[in-house]
Design a protein around this ligand. Structure first.
Ligand SMILES: [Zn+2]
Length: 257
């Protein structure tokens, strides 16, 4: 099988793969607390692992992940007050994405997929893509897909995994979905015995600045990760990888791959 990781290829081999039309995947993560049981790099690790599986199926390549993201927000990432959480200003992230997209275009990449593993990145990544495309102009010949990987979890899967009701993706920070996916992709990085009993967090329908840190469970976990398992992770990963693969094949017309 062709290697998928750009940083493991020589420029000569990378150039050949790009000229053959390889779809390039750019995982966009964060360095952010994920409770006492998951590593700070969870978002980039998951986005990278998912990107690698999809790339292997469609003959694609995976660029080195963006490992810093936009500021952690209390209601979906716990907030900026945790040690270890290391975030960018929105304009910095947009500029980073814009520059990366412009470089991939210079290399000859025609089909690019940004795989987001950190919710707070959403609009700043979109901004970076749009700034790059505006600068490159209408004849750039570059098409870009942007997605959040959890949106590919199928409803039946969520119903089976959360028989008492799904708490929603925002509160899923460091909870059952991310913990189960990490147990599937990187089991040696999960400390199951350290899963806290916190949550689910109960937030009002507004935000306050400075952050009311007392709204956020001290562990940083927004709903319980108890019940996480590698088997659930495998099922979620199956949905996500199948779903992204199908979307990439459809939008980029990769029949037969
Ligand atoms: Zn996360």
């Amino acid at each position: 099988m062709n290697p998928v990781h750009m940083e493991q290829l020589s420029w000569v081999d990378y150039e050949r793969r790009v000229q053959e039309g390889a779809v390039l995947f750019l995982p966009c993560g964060a360095t952010e607390q994920h409770g006492p049981h998951l590593p700070l790099g969870t978002d980039a690790l998951l986005a990278s692992a998912i990107s690698a599986e999809v790339a292997a199926r469609v003959g694609g390549l995976v660029a080195p992940a963006l490992s810093y993201g936009y500021k952690s927000q209390p209601k979906c990432g716990g907030g900026q007050h945790f040690c270890g959480t290391t975030s960018l200003d929105g304009a910095t992230l947009s500029a980073l994405v814009r520059d990366a997209v412009r470089e991939f275009h210079r290399h000859g990449v025609k089909r690019l997929v940004l795989v987001l593993g950190h919710y707070e990145n959403t609009w700043f990544v979109a901004e970076g893509i749009q700034l790059a495309l505006r600068e490159l102009g209408p004849d750039a010949g570059l098409e870009v897909m942007r997605l959040e990987h959890w949106d590919f979890c199928r409803e039946e899967t969520l119903e089976d995994i959360f028989p008492d009701g799904f708490p929603g993706f925002a509160l899923e920070h460091a909870a059952v979905i991310e913990t189960s996916l990490m147990l599937h992709f990187h089991p040696h990085l999960v400390a199951l015995e350290k899963i806290p009993d916190d949550g689910p967090a109960d937030f009002p329908p507004y935000d306050m600045y400075p952050t009311r840190t007392e709204w956020v469970p001290p562990s940083g976990v927004l709903s319980s990760a108890r019940g996480s398992s590698a088997a659930k992770g495998a099922r979620l990963a199956g949905d996500i990888v199948d779903g992204i693969t199908a979307a990439v094949r459809f939008e980029f017309k990769l029949e037969g791959l």
